[in-house]
Design a protein around this ligand. Structure first.
Ligand code: SF4
Length: 329
């Protein structure tokens, strides 16, 4: 039997061979690698010899080796029936950690502003302060849920996507599992054909998996609005705890005052404004991130459930494909 080998140091990732030869597969750098043991079915030897000759850097070699096909087939069947194993990302990679709070807080900081700041419309410091507190409550504090939603979206983008979503990019966990299993399936089919000497007819979707949905994200998005509305308030400090961020300012002008007993006089007239201290508001943003973390601690469990579901479904699909292949050999 013939075996195909690749000298990866010589491969320049030109992509010519992988298109033509089903037991060669490109890795993320574009260099090719041999799927499985690289055994070439007798019927394919002529075609593969041509591919080897066309490689511009002579990175491919085809060598003849003695192979005990019957023993190899038994070995292969045993290998095919081994249960799947998975190495999911550790929870550190997708969990929302309290240490991340400041980073999330910084990302939402400054996204809200208060109207009416520094408008000297008030006749006393206390009335300006009351107006400032009301402005803080109505224009900043009331946005806590929307801000929490932003934190959750960032959290999903930064951490959860690689576990929860299916994306055809390196580093995406689900995509990685698919790639590995497709590679194994190709290798099993190739070896089965080589050891039995017969061409196996496969369904057109044999090398694809159905588990590509993003149920998690859809479920999560539907869920998060209701959930946030209900839970964020439980964990957020009351608005009054942030009122220290409201300050007042005073200015004056000279006005003419008429007196019933005599001459007019010019007197100072004070007016007051409120302003919101940005560094104190940052405390509120941090509290939103903290409250989101507290309310959202369940996302780790949610994520683990999603991984469990994915593993179960993909194992089921895998078993169906392996059973099909075993029936053909
Ligand atoms: S033809 Fe040769 S250089 Fe090009 S991808 Fe294949 S092995 Fe690499």
């Amino acid at each position: 039997m013939y075996k195909l080998k690749v000298n990866r140091n010589e491969c320049i990732a030109c992509g010519m061979c992988a298109l033509e030869c089903k037991i060669l597969q490109e890795d993320s750098s574009g260099k090719v690698e041999v799927v499985g043991e690289g055994i070439i079915a007798d019927s394919e030897v002529g075609k593969v010899r041509n591919i080897v000759e066309l490689c511009p850097t002579s990175a491919l070699t085809l060598t003849e080796e003695f192979v005990n096909a019957a023993a190899k087939l038994t070995e292969l069947k045993e290998k095919m029936q081994k249960p799947l194993t998975f190495t999911p990302p550790s929870a550190d990679e997708y969990d929302f950690r309290l240490e991340d709070k400041d980073e999330y807080a910084e990302a939402i900081t400054g996204s809200l502003s208060v109207s009416g700041e520094y408008e000297y419309d008030y006749s006393s410091s206390s009335s300006a302060e009351s107006a400032g507190k009301a402005a803080f409550r109505d224009e900043i504090y009331s946005q806590a849920e929307a801000l929490a939603q932003q934190v959750i979206v960032m959290y999903e983008q930064r951490r959860l996507n690689k576990v929860a979503r299916y994306a055809e990019t390196n580093g995406n966990y689900k995509y990685g599992v698919h790639q590995r299993l497709i590679k194994d399936l190709r290798s099993f089919v190739n070896e089965s054909e080589s050891y039995t000497g017969k061409k196996i007819s496969l369904p057109s979707d044999f090398f694809t998996f159905r588990t590509r949905d993003t149920d998690y994200i859809n479920e999560r998005q539907d869920h998060s609005n209701d959930w946030l509305a209900g839970r964020i308030k439980e964990h957020l400090k009351p608005a009054s705890e942030f009122y220290t961020c409201v300050r007042t300012d005073r200015t004056y002008e000279y006005v003419t005052v008429s007196h019933w007993f005599g001459d007019d006089t010019r007197e100072k007239k004070y007016s007051y404004a409120y302003y919101i201290k940005p560094d104190s508001v940052a405390r509120f943003y941090r509290d939103v991130a903290r409250a989101t973390w507290k309310a959202g601690k369940y996302t780790k469990q949610f994520c683990e459930r999603e991984l469990e579901r994915f593993h179960k479904e993909i194992a089921q699909e895998w078993n169906e494909k392996i059973s099909y292949l075993l029936r053909q050999i």
